[in-house]
Design a protein around this ligand. Structure first.
Ligand SMILES: [Zn+2]
Length: 132
């Protein structure tokens, strides 16, 4: 079997944001597959808790990084999120904070913060390795 390359996405459960984030990450990261961890409103959960939910997400991310040697972890927030309603500015703040939290897990991976806008397009709002 030839080696397959993986990235990891922490995304909302919302069906509208799955394909945009997966397609974008495959292209941007140049990977074959994207491991997917879903949580309603993950930008809010990672930035505000509760701690046990953050820990559960961390454990899933750890498997992806360990077993699939994922080198990029993305946290995505999106427009019109039922689980985490609020203006874009609030989401962007939460996404920034989430990237800080995930970076604090000290996994050997680049961490991206993504915003999926009202046209279901992906925008980078945070990147721990901006020029890389
Ligand atoms: Zn959502």
């Amino acid at each position: 079997m030839t080696k397959a390359y993986f990235a990891t996405a922490i995304n909302c459960i919302d069906g509208r944001v799955q394909t945009p984030v997966l397609d974008w990450m495959k292209k941007f990261c140049g990977v074959d597959y994207v491991d997917l961890i879903t949580e309603p409103g993950p930008d809010q959960v990672l930035s505000e808790g509760p701690a046990e939910k953050v820990q559960a997400i961390r454990e899933k991310v750890m498997i992806s990084v360990r077993v699939h040697s994922s080198e990029v972890i993305a946290v995505a927030g999106h427009d019109d999120c039922a689980a985490n309603p609020g203006p874009k500015e609030q989401h962007l703040h939460q996404i920034q904070k989430s990237v800080e939290v995930v970076s604090g897990w000290w996994m050997p991976a680049r961490v991206l913060g993504l915003w999926v806008n009202e046209q279901w397009q992906v925008e980078i709002v945070a990147d721990t390795r901006p020029s890389g």
